[in-house]
Design a protein around this ligand. Sequence first.
Ligand code: BT5
Length: 265
Amino acid sequence: MTERPAPRPPLDPARLAAPLGWRVELLDATPSTNAYVAERARAGEEPGLVVVTEHQTAGRGRLDRAWETPARSSLTFSVLLRPDVAPTSWPWLPLLTGYAVQAALADRLPDIALKWPNDVLVDAASGPGRKVCGILVERIEAERGPMAVVGVGINVDQTLDELPVALATSVALETGEPVERTGLLGQVLGSLHGLLGLLDDTEALRRAYADVCVTLGRTVDVHLPGDVVRRGEALDIDATGALVVGTGDGTFTVAAGDVVHVRPA
Ligand code: BT5
């Protein structure tokens, strides 16, 4: 007879260390924390709301892709923000979020890295890597101006057969140890909250981001809408957070919002 695995423990809001001024709400299940928080924002919610769910049943990725996670296996949450920065700095928010997640996980996953624009990967130094976290930042028009819904999905405790795609992993799979999700959630929220100030200094953010970004220096295929693929060497991140790609004919830049995929060539 095969032994049933022990049920996964729930998150414990009483033990969650939430950043000052952020209000954390925990839902048993919801289709998408991004959709839920966007709705609350349109209904007048103030920045600082954090919604976490134990079971996201219709999680969204970029460009209508799906984000799939079994109940209690991961961290799926969204933070509502009203960044008080110039419109040119907004594209940095998803990159900053990836940076904050990698900073929070770096103790446990020393080879964690970012793939531009905002995939958080492990073991990506010489290959495609495995995705441990996905980020979806959406801008919404609320009554009192634009707001950002910062959505984060971190694979924490999934087993290999609970991951929806081959090049995915979870923190527990990588470390071989169980992970206490409430503590990790507190660390990730603290990291994001603490690093948000970098939006005011995008040059410092650019340098910090470039340091942990495995895309730079690689030959990449940039997949654009309409099945257009452009190959070149990823040279730099520019002041707006766009990727600068060198080709035999010069350079081109591509903004995070315009890209379908960036893949090692
Ligand atoms: C992302 O999109 O990576 C953004 C994912 C954001 C999820 C969070 S969870 C909280 C919040 N609420 C939401 O509804 N969403 C946000 P993208 O780069 O488009 O990657 C999506 C692709 O990743 C899919 O097409 C699959 O190939 C793959 N994928 C799906 N689930 C995955 C998982 N758990 N781990 C790794 N890869 C996954």
